[in-house]
Design a protein around this ligand. Sequence first.
Ligand code: FAD
Length: 265
Amino acid sequence: MYDVSYARVNAVPAAVDAFSKGDDPKYIAGGQTLIPTMKARLAAPSELVDVSRIEDLIGICEDGDVVIVGASTTHAAVNADALMNQRIPSVSALAGQIGDPMVRHRGTMGGSVANNDPSADYPAAVLALGATVRTDRRDILADDFFVDMFETALEEDELVTAIAFPVPKRAAYAKFPNPASRYAMVGVMVAELADGAIRVAVTGAGSSGVFRWTAAEKALAGSMDAQALDGLSVDADDMLEDLHGSGEYRAHLISVMTRRAVLAL
Ligand SMILES: Cc1cc2nc3c(=O)[nH]c(=O)nc-3n(C[C@H](O)[C@H](O)[C@H](O)COP(=O)(O)OP(=O)(O)OC[C@H]3O[C@@H](n4cnc5c(N)ncnc54)[C@H](O)[C@@H]3O)c2cc1C
């Protein structure tokens, strides 16, 4: 390891202030992505600002028909939370499928969303449910937040403080996990929102990260039935290709996982 300074802060303004004073700083939450990345020398920040213990960023609450998850809430806490289980069970079930117990007890929703790994699970839920990413300075709609793989609308020093999920009429997530890492080879969330809109978001497969499958949304708006998806497919040329699977394989999995999500609704 090379030299890096570390500061644990207990408030949002203190985090932003510490960040502004660094040479090449980075926020750290659960460290489940950042620490391995630093170990591999793919990132080399000079200062780490630890936001994982900021109390205002931990916990889940309700504001009318919106469930708000603090950015430093762990995946395990989302999975176990009674309110989330009652109001948006698809999100708590999704959280329970992330990685392994250690990853779930350290990793946070804010870290996952800010990182925007193309194989991460939460981006599918944030996009399908039309959630809002709240930061220390503004609210960003999901449709504007995810820009490309590992790229979001966040400014360099911007801190995610919470993710606000409107409670849907119903939603379901179907994931085909990579057998080794448990990351999504393909994960699809299908949601019927409170206003009746149908949204389908796909993670794990797109060469630009998470995306909405609008053709499936239109088909399911006509009939929320797996058969409505007959004959529909995504373009394999737009899919990720790696040692885990070809673009064609991932495109096929998207059709299968979308059907499974619809059947689970
Ligand atoms: C073995 C293994 C298996 C995994 N499997 C899965 C899986 O199946 N599905 C899945 O979705 N993920 C998986 N992950 C990733 C895991 O979910 C991480 O927890 C997540 O990607 C990052 O969260 P973190 O809190 O650890 O963030 P960190 O590693 O601390 O930070 C990640 C990035 O986000 C930034 N950041 C952190 N918090 C904030 C914030 N509040 N505001 C702005 N920027 C912030 C950091 O600067 C950094 O760039 C896996 C990880 C491992 C190691």
